[in-house]
Design a protein around this ligand. Structure first.
Ligand code: ZN
Length: 269
């Protein structure tokens, strides 16, 4: 079986019923509209589409130059943000928090704070419920089976225990299988969308590795996260500058110590 047939067999056909407001469609040769049937390399998540129909069977219409890419909007003024986010409730919660600590919520400096904080959290958490694997929408066949490593991808996410950020960098590596690779920016997008939800560092590391395994089916994947947790720096044990490192290894890079060491060596240099 050729790679093209292999890819086609893995493709999903979906009918677009509704395009989620959180996402804008971009850089497509064929810009799909509601009612269209489109074929994708990875299974779209429910947050992107409500699927009327999908099948994992071979679909000969699949070509890599008709793949579709989805970019979430960062613009807090935009209307294309998740409608699941109840802005009124969020603003009210911030207002109640201010009252609870004894603030005068009507003093000029605080008047707009509840709605401003609500907009900020909507932006910080837009990836809630989004399947990170769907960020890897473009697959290319390059006949390449050598490791691909992207280092120092910066991220900011929110600790689910304290609702303050932890900030760090991600190193992401995978070894392609059957020449399947993705655009390097897609790896950064996986980190980004995984960061835009309430997190603990260990789970975030695993989610990035699992998304790559699901979407690319590589021989192996390795993800290393280093982050400073503000909940440790600014309160509690107050140890600014301390870094937490987490690692997730999958496939060959979990099983084969030598292969893992080689990749970790490349990441370190
Ligand atoms: Zn915390």
């Amino acid at each position: 079986m050729t790679n093209a047939q292999d890819l086609a067999k893995r493709a999903y056909t979906v009918q677009i019923i509704e395009i989620a407001p959180a996402f804008l469609l971009r850089s497509t040769d064929q810009r799909p509209a509601t009612g269209d049937f489109v074929t994708m390399a990875t299974k779209p998540s429910n947050s992107l589409f409500r699927e009327a129909k999908h099948s994992a069977t071979r679909n000969t219409r699949f070509e890599q130059n008709t793949c579709i890419s989805f970019e979430p909007s960062f613009d807090s003024q935009s209307t294309s943000l998740p409608k699941e986010c109840d802005m009124e409730k969020l603003s009210l919660a911030v207002k109640m928090m201010l009252e609870a600590v004894g603030e005068d919520v009507n003093r000029p400096g605080l008047l707009d704070t509840p709605s401003r904080v609500a907009r900020m959290y909507r932006e910080l958490l837009y990836g809630t419920g989004v399947d990170a694997a769907t960020e890897i929408t473009c697959l290319f066949e390059e006949g390449n089976e050598d490791p691909v490593i992207v280092k120092n991808i910066p991220f900011t996410t929110v600790c689910e225990h304290h609702l303050v950020p932890f900030i760090g960098k991600a190193d992401v590596a995978y070894i392609p299988k059957d020449g399947r690779i993705t655009g390097l920016s897609k790896l950064a997008r996986v980190v980004e969308v995984t960061a835009r939800r309430l997190q603990v560092q260990e789970r975030m590391t695993a989610q990035i590795a699992d998304a790559i395994m699901t979407a690319l089916e590589p021989q192996g994947a390795l993800v290393i996260l280093k982050a400073e947790h503000l909940c440790m720096s600014m309160r509690g044990v107050k140890k600014p500058g301390s870094l937490t490192t987490t690692m997730a290894a999958r496939g060959l890079l979990k099983e084969d110590r030598e292969a893992r060491r080689e990749i970790m060596d490349l990441i370190a240099h």
